[in-house]
Ligand binder design. Structure first.
Ligand code: UDP
Length: 492
């Protein structure tokens, strides 16, 4: 048997500058440190201030986490000053420049590794950071990837990739994804852009990503086994067992003060938000938040706003429209929407303290764009959902929530609205469709009770999974032991 040394392992953690990726990667760093690993997070200065502050308390209490910042040369890559994250970009045409900016730190990271007395034992990197794969290879360090998706999505992608079933159907034809434990029907127009010819050409990025993922030592997943046992088992089979479900990552924060600063400075004061929630009845509020990077067209947002009004339920609407904010603000103002709904509506302009909001008993439903972090956060809070998928793998997530877990109601979106191409698609879901889905979700009766019961039970299972001896806790321990063995083998 290999010797079990060194005593303290050192992991490099490399996040991607998109909130839906950076936030959970920071959580992974915290969990690793809680399991006794020394962690260095490779970051950039603005991102460290924005995303890293949540770890201040943990670091002060002695967790071995260090941020190592490498500045991005904005002018060289044509990036506006201070833009280090996708949701800071004026528009998505800058995304390529941002990725190039990140790639430019590779050489600095490698120089850093060369100077270390002992090489890091593992690199945990976002799968989109392709350069981290080259660095890991160069220094012969095992690389574990994280891409923010669940095992269900991984299996959908895998089965589509190997079967190519989508190639022989029309855009709006429904087909069954073969080889899955459940009968999952999708349309080609709902698939992520690697399978969807409607998307703007993205070069050979996806092929490179596929190769890089196949070369990685393993994968960590923000999910827990009990949520998707069969999919996790299948995914492990295709990855030679090197899959570790270690989530829900968001549960690593207990204090309201931490929850409120997760991902960004909240646009509403903690006490103001809580006071408003306290004034509402238990389970009565719809929380509508569409993630961190979607740039939904103002006309489409108007449809959503009118539905929230028409449902006559209390609501929180997180208003984000990026560079189109002015247009939606003008509508809100001129139409009198905020004034008309002020007795039961709270508008949060910018960044909402989502974990804090979702965990409040007043929340009765979550209207989500089906980003995986948001869904899992909803599950942890035991909240059922209205699903409005937009892009990437979000239509898979909708199927998972509505059909497999049976804790959601779909608004009935038919097509992916690819990121950056929102204008081309215009209004895809009408106010009546939102209204109908919200009313079904919130209507008192057996169906709502069943959905709520399932959501609450899943929330309980989620919390159990991260406790001592729980599946995710054990998986984290196994991952660390696996890497320790790898180090021992290398060093003997
Ligand atoms: N988030 C938040 N406040 C906001 C918007 C988003 O806290 O106003 C967080 C949310 O809790 C989640 C992440 O940002 O952790 C968004 O990730 P998700 O996978 O749901 O969607 P994405 O933004 O990547 O599309």
């Amino acid at each position: 048997m290999a010797l079990q040394y060194p005593k303290q392992l050192h992991f490099l953690v490399i996040p991607l500058g998109s909130p839906g990726h950076f936030i959970p990667t920071i959580d992974i760093a915290k969990l690793l440190a809680q399991h006794g690993v020394q962690v260095t997070i490779i970051s950039t200065p603005v991102n460290t201030i924005r995303f890293g502050s949540i770890l201040d308390q943990a670091i002060q209490s002695g967790l071995a986490i260090t941020f190592l910042d490498f500045p991005i040369r904005y002018t060289e890559f044509g990036l506006p000053e201070g833009c280090e994250c996708v949701d800071d970009l004026p528009n998505l045409s800058y995304a390529k420049a941002l990725m190039e900016g990140y790639a430019s730190i590779q050489i600095l990271v490698e120089q850093h590794i060369e100077k270390l007395e002992r090489k890091p034992d593992c690199i945990v990197s976002d799968s989109f950071m392709l350069w981290a794969g080259e660095t890991a290879k160069k220094f012969k360090i095992p690389r574990v990837i994280f891409d923010g998706m669940n095992c269900f999505t991984q299996m959908c992608n895998h089965m589509l990739y190997v079967s190519k079933v989508y190639e022989s159907v029309g855009d709006s034809d429904t087909f069954v994804v073969p080889g899955l434990p459940d009968c999952i029907e999708l349309k080609k127009s709902q698939l992520p852009f690697m399978f969807n010819p409607g998307a703007r050409h993205r070069g050979d990025f996806h092929e490179k990503l596929r190769v890089s993922e196949a070369e990685a030592y393993g994968v960590v997943v923000n999910s827990f086994q009990e949520l998707e046992q069969e999919y996790a088992n299948e995914y492990k089979k295709i990855k030679g067992d090197k899959v570790w479900c270690i989530g829900p990552l968001s549960l690593c924060y207990k204090d309201a003060s931490e929850k409120v600063q997760r991902g960004n400075k909240s646009s509403i004061k903690e006490n103001e938000c809580l006071e408003w929630l306290e004034s509402q009845e238990t389970g009565s509020v719809i929380y509508a938040c569409l993630g961190s990077i979607s740039r939904i067209e103002p006309d489409q947002l108007v449809e959503l706003a009118l539905a929230l009004e028409a449902c006559k339920k209390p609501f929180i609407w997180v208003v984000r429209a990026g560079h189109k904010s002015e247009k939606i603000e003008k509508w809100i103002d001129e139409n009198g929407f905020e004034e008309r709904t002020k007795d039961r509506g709270l508008l949060i302009r910018g960044w909402a303290p989502q974990l804090l909001v979702l965990s409040h008993p007043a929340i009765g439903g979550f209207l989500t764009h089906c980003g995986w972090n948001s869904i899992l956060e909803g599950i942890c809070a035991g909240v059922s959902m209205v699903t409005w998928p937009q892009f990437q793998e979000q239509f898979y997530n909708e199927k998972f929530v509505v059909q497999v877990l049976k804790i959601g109601v779909s608004v009935g979106a038919q097509n992916v609205v690819h990121l950056g191409e929102e204008e081309k698609f215009g209004v895809v879901v009408k106010s009546e469709e939102f209204k109908k889905a919200i009313e079904i979700l919130m209507e008192e009766g057996e169906e709502r009770e069943d959905r709520q019961k399932r959501a609450i039970e899943l929330g309980i299972l989620a919390r159990k999974s991260i406790e001592d001896g729980g599946s995710s806790h054990e998986n984290m321990r196994r991952l660390i032991e696996d890497i320790r063995n790898q180090t021992s083998i290398r060093e003997v």
